[in-house]
Ligand binder design. Structure first.
Ligand SMILES: Cc1cc2nc3c(=O)[nH]c(=O)nc-3n(C[C@H](O)[C@H](O)[C@H](O)COP(=O)(O)OP(=O)(O)OC[C@H]3O[C@@H](n4cnc5c(N)ncnc54)[C@H](O)[C@@H]3O)c2cc1C
Length: 477
């Protein structure tokens, strides 16, 4: 019997991959809340516009991106998939709000040679800054320190810090460069500079690609049916989502696994996990359930609570993975209220605003005739700006003030949705890679039949957490 803890996208994906394996005869998924999907939640405004409270877009790139598209195909969601290409305005136009103005990031190679209003120098200058900066051998450091050292403080403050806010609502002064920007960090450590490392890797890739292209062409001509992942690559998709909202992905997963015999129990909170010599005991709502294997997709701090009594060292390591809270406010406007078709804008923390950024949802995936925006606030600075227990009204008025002032919107929204997502994004802080290794080493040294997946460990993107579920299932087989 396999028990999966947590019914967010990673727990549901673990159930899906475990059900694919005939050896897993009995699978039960336990979810504490009254619904599956975790942070993925799509709501509708009275006019029918989609308000995404959590994630909205997925990138199709890399192994993890292909894996998610294969899953979407297996779940027969192809007809709902919507995507945009690399030349779409929402892919091209990305803005940063700094010094009371919106600055457009370069959209073409020519743009790299022009002085940017955001930086007072052309972006191409960074190459020389990097080539001139000395290499410093390190195991890890913050993204901010790394970028400041190699590319300059202006890039760290105005460009990279807001991008980190956009990725994980986090503080670049705390997030690990060896985790989030691993390839750039390794470029310095191995080749002495980012530029040299990137060039060396490009050359390596170019030569190995020439061989792979011959192989791929042979496979493609033998295979008349193009998979979604192949299409995404051939058609240069930049982002994809699901018409009607991303929540259909966890819902389709839940339906799929239920049909294949997986028991999904909601309102079933695991309160304690005890590993006995030949089985595992789980305390669920005051009752004991037994299992031979456990896959935990719980946020690390929730897992820390339930293993603390038996494994305090493991519990302490898990607790050290912090999380941040994000205030999300979705708005719908009757008219087109935006100054430019774009993905949205991000705000550098040095602006000292409670705002992390605003996504122009209806530019990415149009919604009838209305304009839909999502305002993200707080993150690593949530308590600083909103205190411990802010009201939804406080978030709503703050969000309205921000967008009216920055986007010069005069019209009132026709609908809105406010959510305070407590502890929703784990922070992969300096030392994360070493901490994850210690956690895995502890589990294997103590022969604990427990596998881990979810956003606390290998990355917060949906592609990362789905792939982590697939790998966790392989570990406990
Ligand atoms: C605002 C926001 C925007 C985002 N945007 C994007 C995006 O555009 N693209 C992208 O790729 N990613 C995005 N992400 C990241 C992505 O949504 C998350 O990383 C992902 O949804 C995490 O899924 P999970 O299953 O690992 O965790 P969760 O969704 O947290 O699921 C864990 C589940 O475990 C349950 N649980 C907790 N404790 C217990 C217990 N003791 N017993 C039983 N059950 C328990 C919880 O109720 C929850 O349902 C975004 C995240 C947020 C918050």
């Amino acid at each position: 019997m396999t028990i999966i803890l947590g019914g967010g996208i990673s727990g549901l994906s673990a159930a899906y991959y475990a059900a694919n394996n005939a050896r897993n005869s009995a699978i039960t998924l336990l979810e504490a809340s009254n619904r599956v999907g975790g942070w993925i939640r799509s709501k509708r405004s009275p006019s029918g516009a989609i308000f995404e409270q959590g994630p909205r877009t997925i990138r199709p790139v890399g192994l993890a991106g292909k894996n998610t598209l294969n899953l979407v195909e297996d779940l027969q969601l192809n007809n709902k998939l919507i995507h945009i290409g690399r030349s779409h305005p929402a892919t091209q136009n990305r803005l940063i709000y700094s010094d009371e103005a919106l600055h457009l990031l370069p959209t073409s190679l020519k743009g790299f040679f022009k002085t940017l209003s955001l930086l007072d120098r052309p972006l191409i200058n960074c190459l020389w800054t990097d080539l001139a900066a000395p290499k410093i051998s390190k195991e890890d450091e913050s993204i901010y320190n790394f970028v400041q050292r190699r590319l300059g403080q202006d890039i760290a403050d105005n460009l990279v810090s807001p991008i980190v806010c956009g990725i994980c609502a986090g503080d670049a002064q705390k997030i690990s460069v060896n985790f989030l920007l691993k390839s750039l960090f390794e470029a310095e450590q191995k080749y002495g500079s980012i530029v040299k490392g990137v060039l060396a890797n490009r050359l390596k890739k170019f030569f190995s690609k020439s061989k792979d292209t011959v192989k791929e062409n042979n496979i493609d001509s033998a295979n008349l049916h193009l998979t979604l992942a192949n299409r995404a690559q051939k058609e240069y998709w930049a982002l994809w989502g699901l018409e009607g909202g991303l929540e259909q992905l966890p819902q389709a997963l839940a339906n799929n696994v239920r049909k294949r015999g997986v028991r999904i129990q909601t309102e079933a909170k695991c309160e304690k996990l005890t590993f006995k010599s030949n089985h595992i005991e789980l305390l669920i709502n005051g009752n004991i359930q037994e299992s031979s294997r456990v896959i935990s997709s719980l946020p690390a701090k929730n897992l820390a609570e339930i293993v603390r009594e038996q494994h305090p060292i493991l519990s302490t390591e898990l607790e050290e993975i912090p999380t941040v809270t994000v205030g999300v406010v979705n708005f719908e406007f009757r008219e087109d209220v935006l100054p430019l078709q774009a993905f949205g804008f991000l705000v550098p923390p040095k602006e000292n605003l409670s705002l992390l950024g605003v996504i122009f949802d209806s530019c990415v995936f149009p919604q009838k005739s209305s304009t839909v925006l999502t305002v993200m606030m707080g993150g690593a600075w949530f308590e600083k700006y909103f205190g411990l227990n802010p009201s939804e009204d406080h978030l709503l008025t703050t969000a309205i003030d921000h967008i009216k002032r920055i986007l010069l919107i005069e019209e009132e929204p026709i609908a809105h949705n406010v959510a305070i997502l407590k502890d929703c994004i784990p922070q992969h802080v300096v030392g994360h890679t070493q901490r994850i290794k210690r956690i895995h080493d502890y589990i294997s040294a103590h022969h604990i039949p427990l596998a881990l997946c979810g956003s606390s460990y290998q990355g917060v993107g949906l592609n990362d957490v789905i792939l982590s579920a697939k790998q966790a299932v392989d570990i406990v087989q």
